[in-house]
Every structure is written in structure tokens, then in C-alpha cells.
Write a protein that binds this ligand. Structure first.
Ligand SMILES: [Zn+2]
Length: 234
């Protein structure tokens, strides 16, 4: 993924992107738990206060582990593909137990097994909101400290064909991003990891798009499984 320096209004980068507090640390978005080694050369970082930065890691580990377990239909670390998640579940048996308890197996109508998982919604929401706030600030130079007007998290496979096409296609806003913002630079120069409006941080692991036009919208896909859309404004 190409790295673009933000030439936008620097007043927008002088505070924690999550709470407006001091800029004590740098927060990675997406955090490394959603990526595999070798990591991409450039990973977006955002100013964050220490409190916010430390507050997400348990939830992020949970979401990354949940996705990997759902994708492979098991919490057995030996059956997972992502080594980082397998390691986390071996180390953190409480986490594995928690995810295991959210798993339900039932006889499907017409035979076979039906496997369902019940995510801890509040934790998923916190992680998604964190990611979206970071991408909005990084790409659009528009930090969003308010609660979003819309936040949707769904498995990509649950979308109908029409919904999927809508989701994958950047909205045609007709409005140009802020001059000097990364979104503007990508629009003009393109670059590695950027195609069809999406920034691919790591193939198969994490991609996102950010569109700003009066309102700000961020969409993302984690592990090509979990899709989200967050919107501030109408
Ligand atoms: Zn903060």
C-alpha cells in the first residue's frame, strides 16, 4: 500500500482521534492483530491518547479470533489458518472458552449440521467504530468524535447480490475530497494497494474505503468475512 503524506489542515491531527484528548501515542489502524506477517511496509497510524489506545486491544483480539473461528467452524487452534490467532487461543483459554460458548450446533432441516455463532455485539461495535474513526481521520482528514448515525456489521456472505454490488462500489458523491487529504491524493495519483475506491492494506486480510462529502462514510472488510459500514451525517 502506497503511503501518502497528509498535506491537509494540520489542526485536524492535533488530538486523539477517538476522544479528542492528548496525542500521547500512535494507534495503528488496522491494528496488527488483523494482519499477518510479513506486515505491509506502511501501516496507517493515528494520534491517540494512552487511555484510548490501550482500551481496544482485548476487544480487537476477540474480534480477530471470533472471525477466524467462524470462518473455520471451530475454536480448535490446530484447525485455524492464522497462526497469530491460533497462538492467542492457546495462550488465552478464557477467550477460547468465551467464543466456544457462543457456538451453537443444530440439526438443519433436511439433514446436516447448522453452525451458528452469537457475537458479543458491543465488543464488535467498539472495534468497528475505532477502525472507522481512524480511517476517516487518516483518509479524509475529518476526525469523527461524535457517535455515528449509522453502523452496520454483517458477514459479507449474508449480503444479496445487489447489496454486495452496492457495498463494493464507492458512492458517486460528485464532491471532491479536501485538497491535500490522502483521499484526494489517491484520487489523483492512485498507487499500490488502491483500486476501485478500496485501499487494500493486506490482501485477504483487510481493506477499507473512506468517502467524505458533507458526511463521512467508511466501509471495511476484515478477512474477507466481516463487512462493516459506518456513516456520520445524513
Ligand atoms: Zn483518547
Amino acid at each position: 500500500m502506497a503511503k501518502f503524506t497528509n498535506f491537509g489542515d494540520v489542526r485536524q491531527t492535533q488530538f486523539c482521534v477517538h476522544c479528542g484528548g492528548p496525542t500521547e501515542t500512535k494507534d495503528h489502524a488496522p491494528s496488527k492483530v488483523f494482519l499477518d506477517q510479513p506486515y505491509p511496509l506502511t501501516k496507517p497510524t493515528l494520534p491517540s491518547c494512552g487511555g484510548c489506545n490501550n482500551s481496544f486491544s482485548d476487544d480487537e483480539e476477540y474480534v480477530a479470533a471470533l472471525i477466524e473461528c467462524v470462518v473455520h467452524g471451530t475454536t480448535d487452534p490446530d484447525c485455524l489458518r492464522r497462526e497469530k490467532v491460533a497462538k492467542a487461543l492457546r495462550r488465552n483459554t478464557a477467550l477460547r472458552g468465551r467464543i466456544e460458548r457462543s457456538r451453537r450446533e443444530a440439526e438443519a432441516l433436511g439433514g446436516g449440521r447448522l453452525l451458528t455463532w452469537t457475537p458479543e455485539e458491543e465488543r464488535v461495535r467498539r472495534v468497528i467504530l475505532k477502525l472507522a474513526r481512524c480511517h476517516a481521520a487518516y483518509e479524509l482528514n475529518e476526525p469523527q468524535l461524535e457517535d455515528p448515525d449509522h453502523l452496520l456489521v454483517v458477514p459479507l456472505v449474508s449480503l444479496t447480490n445487489d447489496q454486495r454490488e452496492h457495498f463494493e462500489t464507492p458512492p458517486d458523491t460528485g464532491v471532491w475530497p479536501e485538497v491535500g487529504s490522502r483521499a484526494m491524493l489517491r484520487l489523483v495519483e492512485g498507487g499500490a494497494g488502491f483500486a476501485g475506491g478500496w485501499c487494500t492494506v493486506q490482501e485477504g486480510r483487510y481493506r477499507y474505503m473512506a468517502v467524505g462529502a458533507g458526511s463521512a462514510m467508511v466501509r471495511g472488510v476484515i478477512s474477507e468475512y466481516l463487512a462493516y459500514e459506518v456513516i456520520w451525517g445524513p
